[in-house]
Design a protein around this ligand. Structure first.
Ligand code: PGA
Length: 255
């Protein structure tokens, strides 16, 4: 299992979580720093923005990182209901997921919009976790690699570095469905992403960028998926809502 670059396992809570969910944060923070259970990866939870500050306070002193799920591209202004990257940083985020397929599909976010949001994350000193991935129809039509290429070209800013950018490959048809691609399929797409990043950023930089796999990652399939070459961690939805399941996934990476 590749340990270079240091893997990242990030949980995306989506529109789930009330104050009562903070106990999951406490459990995760407690486990990942215990001597026996310390995983060999960075661990992050992206709760809804309403819980960011409270989650940050609960995680204080632990190595658990917190992230946000989306941001507006502007720093401030007349955008009712939106949150800027600066606000999310101020609330406790160290990273922002941008371009999740649910935002691309439900909010019509183009790759140009996603790129602007990634740049907003950089402006606020945060890491952008840029999501890409094909739909079932695109996969059937054999367009997976060309879609991924297009999304990388359109969504990854020229200023991207291994320190400020993480790529999450999430086949849309695998999200929340219990379906996953085979490890062989994941290997092909992740190798392709690495190759495309090399074209866009140069070899040295591209080698350092973490490429996460996302879509129905569970404790029982994590080891197989995380063992694939060029997979440097996971973006986890449903299984990140329960501390025990999420910890089961982070434990795939032994320290
Ligand atoms: P899932 O979601 O793990 O529930 O499939 C993954 C994601 O959307 O990031």
């Amino acid at each position: 299992m590749s340990k270079n670059p240091k893997p990242l396992v990030a949980g995306n809570w989506k529109m789930n979580g009330l104050k009562s969910s903070l106990k999951q944060i406490v459990k995760i923070a407690g486990k990942i720093d215990s001597k026996k259970k310390k995983p060999g990866c960075e661990v992050m939870i992206c709760p809804p923005a309403t819980l960011l500050t409270a989650a940050r306070d609960k995680a204080q002193g632990s190595s658990l990182k917190l992230g946000a799920q989306d941001c507006h591209a502007d720093e401030a202004g007349a955008h009712t209901g939106d949150l800027s990257a600066e606000m999310l940083a101020n609330a406790g985020a160290t990273a922002i997921i941008v371009g999740h397929s649910e935002r691309r599909a439900n909010h019509g976010e183009s790759s140009a919009v996603v790129k602007a949001k990634a740049q907003a994350a950089y402006r606020a000193g945060l890491v952008a976790i840029i999501c890409i991935g094909e739909t079932a129809e695109q996969r059937k039509a054999n367009r997976t690699l060309s879609i991924v290429t297009m999304q990388l070209k359109g969504s990854v800013p020229a200023e991207a570095t291994p320190a400020n950018t993480v790529i999450a490959y999430e086949p849309v048809w695998a999200i929340g469905t219990g379906l996953t691609p085979t490890p062989e399929d994941v290997a092909v797409v992740h190798a392709h992403i690495r190759k495309r990043l090399t074209v866009q950023m140069g070899e040295k930089e591209a080698q350092g960028v973490r490429i996460l796999y996302g879509g129905s990652v569970k404790p029982d399939n994590a080891a197989e998926l995380m063992a694939v070459e060029n997979v440097n961690g996971a973006l986890v939805g449903g299984a990140s809502l329960k501390a025990q399941e999420f910890i089961g996934i982070t434990a795939t990476y032994k320290s």
